[in-house]
Structures are given as C-alpha cells and as structure tokens.
Design a protein around this ligand. Sequence first.
Ligand code: C2E
Ligand code: MG
Ligand code: MG
Length: 589
Amino acid sequence: MGKRNINNFKPTILIVDDIAANRFALRQLLKAIDAELIEASSGEEALLKAIELDNLALILLDVQMPIMDGYETAELLREEEQTLHIPIIFVTAVHRDEQHILKGYSSGAIDYITKPIQPDILAAKISLFMELWRLRYGLEKEITHRNKLEDKNRFLADHDMLTGLPNRRRLFLEIERAVNRSDRDKNEFALLFIDLDGFKSVNDTLGHKVGDAVLIQIAERFNKLVRKTDTVARFGGDEFVILLTDISDSQFLIGRIMDVLKVGRQPIMIGNEEIILSVSIGVCIYPNQIDDPDKLVDYADIAMYKSKELGKNTFSFFSSDMDQAAHRRLAVEKQLRHASKKNEFSIHYQPVVNCSTGKAVGVEALLRWTNSELGNVPPDYFIPIAESTGLIHELGAWVFEQAIEDINEINERLPSLPMTLKVAVNASTLQFKNSLWFKTVQKAIKTKKIAPENIEIEITEGLLLEDSCDINNQLSDIRALGISLSVDDFGTGYSALSYLKRCPINTVKIDRSFIKGIPEDKEDMVLIHAIIAMAHGLGLVVVAEGIETQAQWDFLKSENCDFAQGYFFSKPLPPQELEIWLSEQFNIG
Ligand code: C2E
Ligand code: MG
Ligand code: MG
C-alpha cells in the first residue's frame, strides 16, 4: 500500500503501569517506534488521558494495578464514545492461564503481551498498530476534507462568491418555498427587485475593485434590514432581490421598502472615496397581484424599470399595464435585431428653411422603421432600445452613409437648385463611445460625395454634459474634418449656454416644446427670445424645430431666428418625395 501523507501528525501510545520502573522499561523498548509516548500511573489517570488525547493510537495496559485494575480500566474505556475504539494491549507478568486471557479479551483487549517481554515481538506488534492508526487517521482526514469540500461546493452552488448572499438559483428555491407556504397559510409575500442607480459609472470611473467593494457593503446593509425568514439574494451585476415573507401588515412592507431606499442612499466609504448612490426598486406581491410564481421576479424587474423611468431612487408596484409595455418592448427588441437584414429601415428627410427667405437650405435625416409585424415603429420608441442592445452603432453608421448617399443623389439630380442641399444626421451619445462612429464619418468624407461643410451632426445636450476628454477630442476631430455640430432639442436638458462656449458647437436647435406655446405662452416666448439672443452672442446659429403655424413662423422671424423646420413647411419625406417638394419650392423642371 502506498504511503499516505498525514502531515506528520504523530500517533500517541499511552503506557499505563503503577510501577515507574515498568513504564521506564517499556519506554526503552518502544524508543525506535515513531510515536509519542505518554504515561499514566493508574487506571483513573489512564481514563482521563485517553479522553484528552485525540491522536491516541494504542494503550499498553498493565493488568495488575491497585484500586482499578487493567480489566476494569479497559471496560470503562469501552464505555466511552471517544475511547471505545482505541486498541488495548494488556501487559502482564502473571495470569498467564487461559481463563485470565479470556477475561482480558472480553473486557476489550485486542492483544496480550506477557512479561518478560520479547522486544522484537513487541516492536512488530506495535508497528502494526501504528500503521493501522495511520491508515485510519488518514482515511478520517480524507473524509473530513471531502465533507468540507462538499459543504463548500454546496455553498458555492447556491451563493454568490463576492457577497456571500444566496444567488439566483437559491432565490428561485426560496421563492418556491415561499409560494408553498403562502398557499398553505393563506398569507402574502413580497419580492423587491433592487437595482443600484449609477453603479455603472462607479465601475467605469473608479474601477471594478471599488465596484466590488460597493456591492459587498450594500449586500451587508440589505442583510441587516431583514428577518431570518426573509432572503436577500444577489441576482446578478448590481441587482439584488429581497424576498419578504408574510407581509400581512402593509405598514411593515412599506417600512422595509423605505429602509432599502434609505440604506441605498447612505454614502459608502471605500478608502478615501465617498460614493453616493441610490436604488430603484420594483415590488411584486404574491398572490395578491399575480398568481404565476414563475413570473414573480420578471414582474418585480419590470416594476423596477418603472422606478428608473420615474427618475430613480424610488419604488414602484407592479401593475398589468407594465406587463404589456414590457411585452411590447421585448417584441420590438426581437424584431429590431433582424430589421437591418430585412431592409426594414429607411430615411425620411425634413426640409430646414432659412428664416429670411422661407426657402429650404437643407434637410434633417430621420430614421424610419416599418416592420412586417409591428408596423411603423416611431424612432423615439425604438432608438432607446437600439441603444440598450448595442444595435445603435451599426444602425447609426448606416443612417450616416445612407443619408449622404441620398442627398448626394438629389444634389446630382437637381443641378439647378440655387444651393447644394445640406444634410443633418442625428447621432446618439453612445455612438461617440464606440470607434466605429468616427471611422464611419471619416470614411464618408473620403468618398467626396458631399463636401463636409454640407454635413451637420446633431448631438444631444447629454453628450456635452459628459464632459469627457475623449468625447471632446472626438467633437473637435469631427469639426476639424469640416463637419458642423448642432445641439438638438436644446432647452430640454440641463446644459447651460456656458457649455456651448467650451465645446466646438455651431448650432443650437430649440426644442419644439418651446415653439408649441407660441403665441399663448408668454413665458416660452421670453425663453425663446433669450436663447436666440444668447446663442447669437456666442456666435451660434439657431434653428427652431416644430413650426406648425403661421403665428409661430412670424414670431421666429421677428426674433431673428436663423433657420426653421416643422410641419408648417413640410413633414419628413422619403427621398423621391423630397425631390418633388424641392423642385416645386424652387420652381425647377
Ligand atoms: P429630433 O432629432 O428632435 O427630430 C425631430 C422630430 O420632430 C422628428 O420626429 C420630426 O418628425 C418631428 N417633427 C418635425 N416637425 C414637427 C412638427 O411640426 N410637429 C411635430 N409634432 N413634430 C415635428 P421623429 O422623426 O419621430 O424622430 C424623433 C426623434 O428620434 C428625433 O428627434 C431624434 O432624436 C430621434 N431620431 C430620429 N432618427 C434618428 C437617427 O437616425 N439616429 C438617432 N440617434 N436618433 C434619431
Ligand atoms: Mg434631430
Ligand atoms: Mg430635435
């Protein structure tokens, strides 16, 4: 049999004899054996030591001792759980007759050695016991090790490594239990789906290590809020789920939700860094709001999205309209993935007119999607989905290339236009965070289908607010190519005009929500007046969006707005219709 590594853990032999000289003699005989030798001078002492020692491999027990003899000691050793299996060898000078030997065996001896002891036989016997002990000990250790490993694996299988919280798998088991309990006891439980607001930027700006530390602290805080019967699970990334059992008292539920919001807002210290986040919560109650246990987490998740839409740092209860909205979103997402291949996208162009002449100078390219199942899906609805799925990068590149292609064609087909038609293309913030975008723009310029000064890229106020070097450099690079930049939907975001001063922007487009109020809403009109005046002061060009009436048009002209766009002049048109519209406006052909 191969040697086992038992970490040098030595076996112990207990020598029990009332006569010190005998103990000494045995010690001498056992010197060569690789074991620790311990002595006891009485049966009582032997019992105490045997219980204390956990590596006791053998007891050499003298038969003849005063008060408690060897037989009695052996019997008592057999009665104790801890000492029951320790082998005993009786050592005796007298009692060599068969009857005594039998008595020895029946009281628990394994073997008998009679004095005078023959050293070789003793050494051989004892070595055998040592080997047996080593095998047994090794096996025990292996079993404990294996058990520990199994426990660990079991723990890892249903816990999250980072926070130590139950994981998704375990959560679903707990939900199943909660459903059974709730059905049986006729009470309700709640699921809170929690997402950390702003966690992504912690990861992006401070690194994953800090992000991990934040998650650990948040997990601890949540854990402190709940009762033993509740479950706090990490669902993934920065998402947690709390299962609150038996919420018969609605005050209790609201109290816990408030607690979660509160601890979510408390500053988190990581090193010298103080991080302030918040949480968005979606709540779903079983069986009150929903009786399909499989969908509980999904529904709480949907409700959580509602909280995000409401501006984060809040909670929402699930309702069935949310379910419909979520289904529609999923359906759109599914169709959107194949829309490009199925050529379902097209671009419509809305004329932009000069306020002094009322004549077109350019167009804005507006993406259109017609799907065989969903019909026409408005861009305000599908663009955010394209953004969240990452499809926006390819889609944005396609719009840019296609728009240049279309406008180039119109310019070629209408040589008698008094100007070269310009084109403005919308770009979403995300596109500036992917290298494809700048490459697309650069490549399109190289084709020379349209001069760069006839191209404008519309960005949102949010992009300016990001205030990142990378993005600012990219904006400057685009300007360096000769392309203009405009800020779309101006006035709806947070950007102050001071931002515009710092960025290489040419144009602001006043959002149509301000135009709508003309001529009734005096406040809007004052605002428009101020925006135009300040923009002009900064040397920027102003475009007004969403002109629908003569009154609006008159007002903007009187305010010296530079350009205007809206249904009053034309709706966005497919390229062929745009060509006709232009021909009519300029009396061509
Ligand atoms: P936007 O860039 O502000 O585009 C103007 C929107 O106002 C267009 O809506 C246009 O059809 C609409 N509009 C123009 N004149 C009037 C008017 O007189 N009255 C009213 N009520 N509406 C008017 P649309 O085409 O539905 O586009 C919505 C938004 O979707 C766009 O707002 C833009 O932010 C986004 N979008 C469209 N195409 C693209 C694209 O290719 N890329 C990106 N990233 N976003 C796009
Ligand atoms: Mg636009
Ligand atoms: Mg706009």
